[in-house]
Design a protein around this ligand. Structure first.
Ligand code: PMP
Ligand code: GLU
Length: 397
């Protein structure tokens, strides 16, 4: 029956993160003692003050279709957030609220990419980027970073990947899956290259902005000189406010791009959920100190996970400075035969860990790096300790 499906869907990979999460749920339902470290989702509850405002919104009958671009009050709150945190001036007409950052990415891709346009992705990249860009007809160009350079793309690498067909660069800091955070100097160095090519637009996915353990102030790419007019910034409430299921993302861009994204959204899904938007206003207006406990906890877990993983001989690690993932290089295990099975690649290692250690991770192949696996540490300390004990035991057997 596959031949009846569209070519675009046949050419699309399913989301590896969501597939692993589904597999974990299935195995757990069968009674298996699986520790799920595959899904990038905070394990915290939504803070009470945000929940309260959602309850109020229900009582106040926020039940009708919302404006396609999102409530004005929420777009104003997003503008205030950009001014407060990123020293960036936006007006509400430059903001589009969507059903998660994922929809912002899809809107931007459909609004900007023509068939055959090249889109540069520093690898490792988040699983959905390539497939979203491909759906719009984009041609993915992967730039392979190295663990030695903290998985960061250098200006020379960026320049070497640019051709007359390059339309966009999709960029993510803090990065899922590597946890790398680009500092101001590194962003400025990339901007020096981009300034030479005014036909290139930048999509900067800043969804992990708040989950950042560096002591330096976070720098938004649009704040780098000359980049504001060419940057689409994507952010959302899933990670920092643990609101994954409430599906609120937002995008800021030059007005003509925001309008185009709005047009896409108007035909595809309309304005996003009314209750979640009201709650998002409260969340964005709150002081960052309200959610600091989660960031503190993520950092503590990052330190613990690094310390425990370093005890496993053969793993190579960078120090993730943000998000909530570690991305160990497991290539030292390729070619090894354990209990009669040979591990050829990262997918084999991830599958082996699922079956032998009963720990769910995601293969790095889905992120454009076939040497690594991704471990999400958005889990309790107890689960993390037990998971890494099992990983160690099964890899050292
Ligand atoms: N970008 C990155 C880098 C992510 O990890 C995620 C997580 N799902 C998203 C975008 C999408 O987030 P959401 O749709 O939940 O807002
Ligand atoms: N961003 C998360 C992850 O990378 C959520 C899952 C998804 O949307 O793919 O695991």
């Amino acid at each position: 029956m596959k031949q009846y499906l569209s070519d675009r869907i046949n050419a699309m990979e399913a989301s590896a993160t969501l597939a692993m999460a589904a597999k974990t749920r299935e195995l757990k339902a069968e009674g298996k003692d699986i520790i799920g470290l595959s899904l990038g989702e905070p394990d915290f509850n939504i803070p009470d003050f945000i929940k309260e405002s959602a309850k109020e919104a229900i009582d106040q009958n926020y039940s009708k279709y919302t404006p396609v671009e999102g409530y004005l009050e929420l777009r104003e709150a997003v503008c205030q957030k950009f001014l407060r945190d990123n020293q960036l001036h936006y007006t509400p007409s430059q903001i589009v609220i969507s059903t998660g950052a994922k929809q912002c990415l899809a809107n931007a891709a459909l609004a900007m990419i023509n068939p055959g346009d090249e889109v540069i992705f520093p690898a490792p990249y988040w699983v959905s980027y390539k497939e979203i860009a491909k759906l719009a007809g984009g041609v993915p160009i992967e730039v392979y970073t190295t663990i030695e350079n903290d998985f960061k793309m250098t200006p020379a690498q960026l320049e070497a990947a640019i051709t007359p067909k390059t339309k966009m660069v999709w960029f993510n800091s803090p990065c899922n899956p590597s946890g790398s955070v680009y500092n101001r100097q590194e962003l400025e160095a990339l901007a020096v290259v981009l300034r030479k090519y005014p036909h290139i637009f930048i999509l900067s996915d800043e969804i992990y902005e708040y989950i950042n353990f560096t002591t330096e102030l976070y720098v938004s790419f649009a704040a780098i000189q000359g980049m504001y007019e060419r940057t689409i910034t994507v952010n959302g409430l899933s990670k920092a406010f643990a609101m994954t299921g409430w599906r609120i993302g937002y995008l800021a861009a030059p007005e003509w791009i925001a309008k185009a994204c709005n047009k896409v959204q108007g035909q595809m899904t309309s304005g996003t959920n009314a209750i979640a938007q009201r709650a998002a206003i409260t969340a964005l207006k709150a002081s960052k100190s309200e959610i600091q406990y989660m960031i503190y906890e993520f950092k503590k877990r990052r330190d613990l996970v690094l310390q425990l993983l370093r005890e496993i001989e053969g793993l190579k690690l960078n120090i993730p400075e943000g998000a909530f993932y570690v991305f160990p290089d497991v290539s030292a295990f390729f070619g090894k035969t354990v209990r009669g099975r040979t591990l050829h690649n990262a997918s084999d290692v991830s599958l082996y860990l699922l079956e032998e250690a009963q720990v769910a991770t995601v293969t790095g192949e889905a992120f454009g790096d076939g040497n690594c696996i991704r471990i999400s540490y958005a889990a309790s300390e107890k689960e993390l300790r037990e998971a890494i004990r099992r990983i160690k035991e099964s890899l050292q057997s």
